[in-house]
Design a protein. Structure first.
Length: 127
């Protein structure tokens, strides 16, 4: 494993720690550890920047899908300051994963997230 591969894996691990944080204090710490102060998160449903707004998006996802956790799918791939990976939102009670996506992340020199561009690959049908 190259130093860059470790850098990519570490950044993605911190990203999932933020998305799976247990409460407001843990979430705030995890977001601060993963993102730069002016970091951003953009997907089809959100376009936010800064730790507070990113934490709010994560909180909203957990309110919409209580009892779910974000899990990586497949390998982390990266070059230069860019990383891509896929994920699923998994129901902890039955293992189903109604939501899945792919993210492209840019990192700063310290390996913290500057930007996330998220894509939704699978979403549940609207009721």
């Amino acid at each position: 494993m190259s130093a860059n591969t470790d850098r990519y894996e570490s950044a993605v691990a911190r990203y999932f720690e933020a998305w799976n944080a247990g409460g407001p204090e843990e979430l705030a710490k995890a977001v601060a550890a993963a993102w730069t102060a002016d970091g951003s998160y953009t997907d089809p449903l959100a376009d936010v920047s800064g730790h507070d707004q990113i934490a709010a998006v994560i909180t909203a996802a957990h309110e919409q899908f209580p009892g779910f956790a974000f899990r990586p799918v497949g390998a982390v791939d990266g070059h230069h300051d860019t990383v891509r990976f896929s994920w699923e939102l998994v129901d902890q009670s039955d293992g189903s994963a109604p939501v899945a996506g792919s993210d492209v992340v840019t990192l700063d020199a310290d390996g913290r997230i500057r930007t996330v561009l998220g894509f939704l690959d699978r979403v549940p049908d609207a009721a």
